[in-house]
Design a protein around this ligand. Structure first.
Ligand code: AMP
Length: 327
């Protein structure tokens, strides 16, 4: 028997109720954000050909495999249902400036923040937003095809870091198994779209490994100047794309890359943890995210130093608590 939870029923009803639907996700999208918005759009279009459903936000050329995003005239979509995916804070939603929507509906796996519609579906135990969209499609009359299933699969694999992160559950595996069974996606072939990279990026990963500082408390950190990004011919998003590759280093419990962003006169920060909760520290520095995978923004050298000190204190406390648990 398929058990449909209330949130899924409510989301499906909302989709049925509206003829114009705009789907958005966070700025600086990752595969989970892009894949979830395009998969949901394509499933709604396939199921309800009469509805006008679009997916918005800035296009990212390296993600063009997932599908083409839509450019919209805000006037035409006044009074639409706005579905925001993979983002809990309104100021980080991309592509909805001046859009006068009737209602906002959030589907997200980050801890709740300021977005508050009449109801939202937040599940911070889910490994990815794509897992939630896959569950929605699998448990309602929303249709699935091979392309939609492939996109959802890539979003799940990417955000769970190939099922390595602790948010991966038996539910994740059940959903993935159903996706594969129902759509017959050739999943080994899809990995090229996630993991193919050029030599510049591989060499840049070597630079990070050689230059990351590690404190005695287990904090790994690296401030990456814009000149290094240029020298290695990579971009501002590359350190975030590579950060999961630094998991499972015995001497490192928490690690962070702080990358100079000249255009925005600030530093883009990615943080990962193998133990201590880090999103509380991130939220003190214009950031947020998950317990063990967060991001932040810093604006000065002083702030960088304070941020590193705070994260190091988190590691120190974690180490102290771990030692006293053993004793
Ligand atoms: P990243 O390191 O960029 O992959 O981001 C890790 C997680 O932190 C993702 O879930 C992001 O949505 C979230 N995140 C990144 N930057 C910020 C920020 N400035 N504010 C809030 N959340 C963020």
């Amino acid at each position: 028997m398929v058990i449909i939870n209330n949130n899924i029923k409510k989301v499906y009803k909302k989709i049925k109720d509206y003829n114009k639907i705009v789907i958005a996700r966070h700025v600086g999208p990752d595969p989970d954000a892009i894949a979830s918005e395009i998969a949901l759009r394509d499933s709604i279009r396939l199921t309800f050909p009469g509805k006008d459903c679009v997916a918005v936000g800035l296009s990212v050329s390296k993600f063009k495999y997932y599908g083409i995003l839509d450019k919209i005239d805000n006037e035409e979509y006044a009074n639409c249902l706005l579905i925001v995916l993979d983002v809990p804070n309104l100021h980080r939603v991309d592509g909805i400036e001046n859009l006068k929507y009737q209602e906002i509906l959030k589907i997200d796996h980050h801890p709740k923040e300021d977005i508050a519609g009449k109801f939202d579906w937040t599940d911070d135990t889910s490994c990815s937003t794509c897992q939630m969209i896959a569950e929605l499609i699998l448990k309602t009359p929303l249709k699935l095809d091979t392309k939609i299933a492939g996109n959802l699969y890539l979003g799940i694999v990417s955000d769970s870091d190939r099922f390595l992160l602790p948010y991966t559950t038996n539910k994740t595996f059940k959903i993935v198994s159903n996706l594969i069974a129902k759509s017959k996606i050739d999943f080994p072939k899809l990995y090229n779209y996630l993991y193919d990279r050029n030599l510049d990026e591989a060499r840049f990963q070597g630079y990070i490994a050689m230059n990351m500082q590690v404190t005695e408390n287990g904090l790994g950190y690296l401030v990456i100047p814009a000149s290094i990004i240029k020298k290695y011919n990579v971009d501002l998003a590359t350190p975030s794309n590579l950060i999961n590759n630094f998991n499972f280093i015995k001497e490192v419990t928490v690690w962070t890359f702080i990358t100079e962003d000249i255009k925005n006169k600030s530093y883009k920060v990615s943080i990962r943890s193998h133990g201590p909760v880090i999103n509380t520290t991130a939220s003190n520095y214009n950031g947020g995210g998950h317990k063990y995978a967060s991001g932040a923004r810093l604006t000065s050298e002083e702030e960088i130093n304070n941020f590193i000190k705070d994260l190091d204190d988190v590691c120190k406390e974690y180490k102290r608590a771990s030692i006293s648990n053993i004793e």
